[in-house]
Design a protein around this ligand. Structure first.
Ligand code: PLP
Length: 468
């Protein structure tokens, strides 16, 4: 009887008249009401939606709200909207054409030109023999695929990750994560081992030179692998540059040392480039700051489509790809290798290369660094800063090298007020107390960049008062 009632109701399904209004014509009140009733937030309590601006459109590096207020996108949203909001014509056209011609093709059912082209293009721009390509939909899934690849390929199961890293929100990628975000899932998934990364602060405070720091961190990593049992460790999975955890760049020689340790113990080396891949650091991929290092697996997402559509990639070297010619990876999702997202990615990556966006990032990087230093010098709330390419980070806690993410409460409170000042001064961006990221779209002009620092300068006085 219950089922027939449902069926019965469905045969009388009716839409409310508001749905006859074309998209883009609802009033602020309609949108806020519907949001109140049914929208759920994920990283914040649901009620956060009441204080979140209602964004109507974007143009260049700016977003606009329903009141017409302009915001400079100071963190490329989640460090992903890398080409801003006026998408290149080629991206729009290719995406629309694919949508019209073949909106979907399940990855295992057929091949298509878009997949062939994107695979070849990415293989051409990656160094070495990184030529096997899987295209999931999100960074988390790309890392799931990487973990599956490494486990199947090596026949081993443990994965070593750094504290302070973020790898995603699916079961394995969340357990691979080293910061507080893994606690949401509990430490339930076995097989993940955490390592300390060569955080400059720890070691510099102990008086170590960068070379000594590298050596000590590598000695610790090797000792850890030996203690875990090298025949159980499938993969070392690190962010090439820790992004959300505070823009932490490994010291010279460290990644080369990790490569050598992985070779010695037959361990897969994976660089997670989800946040920094496709130009953020002034190289196409962050690991390319470490000469001669070719990881076995590279994952990326965000920048591959500049977030215009969901797509990620898991690229592996030839020997791993060949292993899977005879063995199924045994991992996938309905939307992997989505033709419309791949068409968007293909044109976006071509755009980055043909317009030398990486060169542009390299030209702006010293300006970002100078201004980051300037703000750090005259705002007492800023205790330290780091930057690389168009990626900067201030810490408003932690002069002593301990993990700033563990010192939350007072800082969280101050950030509530800071966020208001930030918004009032026309900035919009992701906040991860006690870090303040600076990661504007890669296409930002010099004037826009300087303007962004002026806006942030004005907002920072609120934090000086609270924390300075
Ligand atoms: N890995 C890194 C380094 C990230 O920064 C992120 C997201 O910010 C992820 C993985 C997860 O990507 P996604 O949110 O697309 O699943």
């Amino acid at each position: 009887p219950a089922l027939s009632r449902v069926m019965d109701n469905q045969s009388h399904l009716k839409l409310s008249p508001e749905h006859d209004q074309p998209m883009g014509t609802w009033s602020t009140e309609q949108i806020r009401n519907a949001t109140s009733q049914s929208v759920m937030m994920t990283w914040a309590p649901g009620k956060a939606k009441h204080n979140t601006p209602l964004i109507t459109h974007g143009e260049g590096v700016y977003l606009y709200d329903d009141q017409g207020k302009q915001y400079l996108d100071w963190t490329s949203q989640a460090v992903c909207s890398n080409v801003g909001y006026t998408l290149p014509e080629s991206v729009l056209q290719a995406t629309l054409q694919q949508m019209t011609q073949l909106p979907f093709l399940y990855g295992g059912l057929g091949l298509c030109e878009t997949r062939a082209r994107l695979s070849q293009l990415i293989a051409e721009i990656l160094p070495g023999d990184l030529q096997g390509m899987v295209f999931p939909s999100s960074g988390s899934e790309a890392n799931e695929a990487a973990i599956m690849m490494a486990r199947r390929y090596t026949g081993k199961y443990k994965v070593i990750n750094w504290y302070r890293s973020y790898h995603g929100g699916t079961a394995n990628s969340q357990q691979a994560t080293g910061d507080f975000r893994r606690w949401y899932g509990g430490d339930h998934v076995p097989g993940f081992v955490k390592a300390f990364h060569p955080n400059p602060l720890f070691w510099d405070l102990a008086g170590a030179t960068p070379e000594e720091r590298t050596q000590m961190a590598l000695n610790m990593l090797e000792e850890q692998i030996l203690n875990e049992g090298p025949d159980t460790v499938a993969m070392v999975q690190f962010e090439s540059v820790i992004g959300g955890g505070g823009v932490i760049v490994p010291p010279p020689g460290y990644m080369q040392g990790v490569r050598a340790i992985c070779d010695k113990y037959n361990i897969v080396m994976h660089c997670d480039e989800v946040m920094v891949g496709f130009g953020r650091t002034g190289k196409l991929f962050g690991f390319q700051h470490n000469e001669g290092v070719i990881p076995d697996i590279v994952t990326a997402a965000k920048g591959i489509t500049a977030a215009a559509l969901p797509l990620s990639m898991t690229a592996c070297r030839k020997h791993i790809m060949e292993y899977f010619e005879d063995n199924p990876l045994g991992w996938g999702s309905t939307y992997q290798a989505h033709p419309v997202a791949m068409a968007c990615a293909y044109e976006n990556v071509k755009y980055l290369i043909q317009n030398d966006i990486i060169g542009h990032v390299q030209r702006l990087a010293p300006i970002l660094e100078d201004n980051t230093r300037r703000l750090a010098e005259h705002h007492p709330c800023i205790k330290q800063y780091r930057c690389i390419g168009l990626f900067g980070c201030f810490d408003v806690a932690n002069p002593d090298g301990s993990n700033p993410q563990l010192q939350h409460t007072a800082i969280d409170k101050a950030f509530v007020e800071y966020k208001k000042a930030y918004t009032a001064n026309g900035l919009i961006g992701l906040m991860r107390p006690p870090h303040l990221h600076v990661a504007p779209p890669l296409v930002i002009t010099e004037d826009e960049l300087l303007d962004g620092f002026e806006r942030q300068d004005k907002a920072l006085y609120v934090l000086d008062d609270a924390l300075g």
